[in-house]
Write a protein that binds this ligand. Structure first.
Ligand code: AMP
Length: 476
């Protein structure tokens, strides 16, 4: 299907073409006709599927068909759980509506309300808001919600996780009953189903991807590493040739700050975002990451949901997330819009159970490697060798950093790329043999430039006793 078949006006089609979109994504193909028909919608889609355009294009179509708003009444309201996501959605409205006379504003906490109040006073058609600040401005009489024609709840599951249900219900209570409502959620929990029953009327359902689907363009791996060695391992991964832009996740703000300090002291261009940072500082960090002025962004889950930055080559879970859904959301920051990427998780024995949960959630086992200090040292040496030796041009870049199928295939063929790993059910597992280990060491030394993660360990005591080690090809 093409965008031309979607009954969108020429100005919108022009903006979409300028964005470089060739065809609608599956969620757009499914949701846009229903939304244009005025249906309420319950859509299961994660970020990265093109869901923002799936609701913003039909809203723009609807609003541009009627005369521009002269009063102060908001015509379309989008609620988002995080400030970053709200900013991003409003950006999308601006981009897709750049040839239309539709006015948009963002309403969010953490920054001065004055510019938001000014925008609302001047009159806007579309408001993208986080619930708390919108309620404040509504109570103060600045946000007129009684003529809202379309309501979108984006990332509904996240909204509920973050405790916004009461605020959302309060906001919905101020809106006209005769409206169109679209609820987008990555997962369909029972709470979401309940919320949808309360706020949607005869909704059409669209679910283009299973709730826990992960892009096949992401090469996922787990590295079992002791806490004390994480810092070094992170440094070497970030220094590796194929790491262009990396998002590093921690569980706590405190840890995010510590990792950031380490990275800065090691000379990386880096910043951090988490809920203790001011909104301006968070936006500055995101802009710098977006613009390529920093290579590494350290983030906690709360700040990171909805980050849409092109070209993130690596997502690194410095600490494993609390739940499988967060894992899926975190790693979805890479391999966006058809690109490819790597998701590397640092785990320790304590995480064995959360890994089982993650694997059952995503429906397959993860490739696991056990990393000892000497592995990191050999990685470092191979990086230094690479820096010293003139690079031989190869057709496929580093196998462990490129989730490209052909590169992966060649990685598997190359005997250098054997690593000591934890048992991985979905890999072809072979028992380790001294010969294989010796061979691998020799070849790895001979060709470090093509195998920065060819970690070899002829012998070594496992830091995680009780686990059977075996050798499988390295796939990063
Ligand atoms: P979203 O799921 O809305 O966060 O979108 C993820 C990314 O996909 C954004 O960077 C969009 O610009 C991009 N995108 C949205 N629709 C399309 C499309 N039809 N073709 C290519 N890229 C798209």
């Amino acid at each position: 299907m093409q965008f031309q078949n979607l009954s969108l006006n020429a100005s919108i089609l022009r903006a979409v073409a300028e964005e470089g979109y060739d065809n609608p994504t599956p969620i757009q193909e499914a949701a846009i006709p229903l939304a244009l028909a005025g249906d309420d919608l319950l859509a299961t889609a994660q970020t990265g599927t093109g869901k923002t355009a799936a609701f913003s294009l039909p809203i723009l179509e609807r609003l541009s068909a009627k005369p521009a708003n002269r009063g102060r009444h908001i015509r379309a309201l989008v609620l988002a759980p995080t400030r970053e996501l709200a900013v991003q959605i409003e950006d999308s409205f601006r981009n897709y509506g750049r040839h239309l006379r539709v006015r948009t504003a963002v309403v969010l906490g953490g920054v001065s309300p004055d510019p938001q109040i000014k925008a609302l006073r001047q009159g806007v058609d579309v408001v993208v808001a986080t619930p708390g600040r919108l309620l404040d401005l509504y109570k103060q009489g600045h946000a007129k919600l009684d003529r809202v024609q379309v309501l979108v709840l984006d990332e509904g599951d996240r909204m509920l996780d973050m405790g916004f249900a009461p605020d959302v219900r309060r906001i919905v209570g101020t809106l006209p009953r005769d409206r169109q409502t679209m609820l987008f959620s990555a997962t369909l929990s029972s709470d979401i189903v309940k919320l949808s029953a309360d706020i949607l009327r005869n909704p059409s359902s669209v679910a283009v991807t299973p709730a826990a689907s992960v892009s096949t363009n992401i090469v996922q791996s787990v590295m079992f590493v002791e806490q004390a060695n994480k810092r070094q391992l992170l440094r070497e991964i970030l220094r590796a040739e194929g790491t262009q832009r990396a998002l590093v996740f921690t569980r706590t703000k405190h840890r995010a700050n510590r990792v950031l300090r380490q990275l800065l002291s090691e000379g990386f261009a880096a910043d951090a975002i988490h809920s203790n940072k001011s909104q301006n500082a968070r936006q500055r960090a995101l802009n710098a990451f977006h613009g390529g002025r920093i290579k590494v962004l350290v983030a906690t889950d709360i700040a990171a949901r909805g980050i849409d930055v092109d070209g993130i080559s690596h997502v690194i879970n410095y600490e494993m997330p609390d739940d499988p859904e967060s894992y899926v959301h975190r790693i979805g920051r890479t391999a966006r819009a058809g690109a490819s990427g790597h998701a590397i998780s640092f785990a320790c024995e304590d995480h064995a159970f959360s890994l089982i949960d993650i694997e059952s959630f995503i429906g397959h086992t993860l490739n696991k490697q056990e990393i000892l200090p000497q592995d990191i040292a050999s990685l470092k040496t191979s990086q230094q060798d690479r820096a010293r030796k003139p690079q031989r041009k190869t057709e496929s870049p580093s196998p462990s950093l490129t989730p490209d199928a052909s590169a992966r295939g060649s990685a598997q063929r190359r005997s250098a790329n054997v690593v000591k790993t934890m048992e991985s059910e979905n890999s072809s597992v072979q028992e380790a043999s001294p010969l294989a280990a010796n061979e691998s060491r020799t070849v790895a030394e001979a060709a470090p430039s093509t195998a920065p993660f060819a970690l070899t360990r002829p012998s070594g005591k496992s830091p995680f006793p009780g686990r059977r080690s075996s050798e499988v090809p390295a796939v990063g």
